[in-house]
Ligand binder design. Sequence first.
Ligand SMILES: [Zn+2]
Length: 319
Amino acid sequence: MNAFQAIAIFTCLMLTTLQQAYAKSTPLNIVVDIPFVASLVEEMVGTEDSIVSLINENNSPHSFSLRPRSVRSLQGADLIITVAESLSPNITQALSNITDARVLNLAGAPGMLHLPSRNQHDHNASIEELEKASQRALANEPELAYTRIDPHLWLNPLNVGVMVQAIRDELSSLDPSRAQMFEQTAETMRDNLRQFDERQKNLWSNATDRNFVSLHDATYYFEYQYQLISKGSLFADTHTPAGVQQLKALKSIIKTDSVRCVVTDANTPQAWVNTLTEGLDVSSVSIDILGLYPEDANYITTLNHLADSFAKCLRLSTE
Ligand SMILES: [Zn+2]
């Protein structure tokens, strides 16, 4: 090798190293559907990376319609993370038009617990019956499975642990130079989730009141984990207007099934809550399942908010 060749090879090596260094420092653009998932990603990546949540306090995942700004975010994303196709059908629809999108659909992550979407009738079915129905749906009609599952998968700490693993794997393949950091953070997060689960299991094992009704049927995964019992709900989508008849029907469930708690959300009109609770020994509580508030809410504070709200509403002693 002469001096010229040596210099040429050295220059090539230098350039490659520089390119790698540049690639390492390129921030990631990640787009997610809901703030809760954004908080999982935020915990794992650095401040130089960008995370955009399509859903905010002004829209519901179920009726969300994409604005041009959201479409541009999706088109420029290195990674798009969605909870489940049935959570936000409009986002799923938009993704089908972006040919080279890298999409992580968390519902499909290995080990995820799926529960079937239930209607009013299903509130009377036992957990075992529903579980069987879910397994049948997943086994016989896999192509339909993800449109039939209850999409609020993140309201169970074990499912959140599965999400953390899936996000870690995806981030590591996007940026292998940070794989070790992703791994360590994911482990800490999974420890936090296990501790949350243990504490809740202990608390709820002493519960005497477990019956509640809700406006939006969104907390099935939490109920399932801690054996709470939803006796009924008004609708699956918070934006469907409720009629007087539906409110009356729910009120009669509260009376006949010894329900102690009505779960609402930020969009529930106060008049509905008054109608449901008037004259009865029943509490009401508003739950933020998306992780919208406060602004610095993370996955653990959102789950704690959910658990504390249920505990307060069902008058569970948390001492
Ligand atoms: Zn929902």
